[in-house]
Design a protein around this ligand. Structure first.
Ligand code: SF4
Length: 304
């Protein structure tokens, strides 16, 4: 890693009055350089509370959109314009509108991993950390449409027993984690606890010891008396886990659990983003205000 490049980023950051955010799945050197690391919503909320004029979001497009929705007065930059999320792109506004037309009385809950247009058509947004609590608090006499992740939706149904209309979207990275990978990792590390993300397949969820969002994994490991963990989510989080818990051991389930979009961000691209002030992510009206409403409703039900 070039010290000169890191210095250049720091200089540009000051010149632009910027804050740099890195999602938990980013490459290690990006996490180490960022001002804040965390999950997409937490980062966007944190950035909104700073007096920075520019947000550099080291993540994927829907995350930068969320930051732009919560900080409309700030300039939001995504260092690679092609860093998208296949799951977020599995449902568009027209498809959601058609589904709503089929179930006109249903409430719509969208996972934060969705486009701004889908958020704008939803009643509530949710994160993997608060999805359970949020759906439990919705009126029992209303049907719920849950988009776009069938796995997170399935996890909510399993835990709450509440039926929901699911969109068949999924995270292609979490789908690469197989039950046989967990079994092999358990054989190799019999004392380890298996922590899986609810975006994993049902058979993986069924054999995990804990189902946790990335934020919940970080908290869980810190306070756990256990010293070894098998991590069934995007492998980038192992960097943060190891850094925060140097005496504990973390094992990935498979080397395939790497999100290619998350890894499109590099230190060079962060420097170029600040230099050229690109790629600017904006969410036009009325989508911005409508999408913010679904985020605000979530925060009303479950204050952060
Ligand atoms: S890990 Fe999955 S949900 Fe997250 S950005 Fe990559 S494809 Fe999207």
């Amino acid at each position: 890693m070039s010290a000169a490049l890191l210095e250049k980023i720091q200089t540009l950051k000051k010149q632009r009055n910027a804050v740099i955010l890195a999602h938990n799945y980013q490459p290690g050197e990006i996490q180490d350089m960022a001002d804040f690391t965390g999950d997409s919503l937490g980062l966007s909320v944190q950035a909104a509370q700073t007096d920075a004029e520019v947000i550099v979001f080291c993540g994927v497009l829907f995350m930068a959109e969320t930051a732009a929705i919560l900080s409309p007065e700030k300039t939001v930059l995504l260092p690679d314009k092609c860093a998208g999320c296949p799951m977020a792109d599995m449902i568009n506004a027209q498809q959601l509108q058609e589904l709503k037309d089929q179930h006109p009385d249903a409430l719509v809950v969208c996972y934060v991993n969705s486009t701004a247009e889908v958020k704008a058509l939803s009643d509530y947004c949710c994160t993997s950390g608060n999805a359970l609590e949020l759906t439990q608090r919705l009126p029992e006499d209303r049907d719920i449409i849950f988009v776009p992740d069938k796995n997170l939706g399935g996890f909510i149904i399993e835990r709450t027993g509440r039926d929901m209309i699911l969109w068949p979207g999924y995270c292609s990275t979490h789908m690469r984690i197989l039950a046989e990978d967990i079994a092999a990792a358990r054989k190799e590390h019999p004392d380890a606890r298996v922590l899986a993300h609810p975006e994993c397949r049902p058979d993986v969820r069924a054999i995990a010891d804990e189902l946790l969002s990335t934020g919940q994994m970080l908290k869980f490991v810190k306070t756990s008396g256990v010293n070894e963990f098998i991590i069934a989510t995007e492998n980038g989080i192992i960097h943060s886990l190891q850094k925060q818990n140097p005496d504990k051991q973390f094992y990935p389930t498979t080397e395939k659990a790497i999100c290619p979009n998350m890894k499109k961000i590099s230190l060079e691209k962060v420097a170029w983003a600040l230099e050229d002030m690109q790629y600017q992510i904006t969410v036009p009206e009325p989508v911005c205000t409508q999408a913010k409403r679904s985020l605000d409703r979530m925060l009303q039900v479950i204050p952060k």
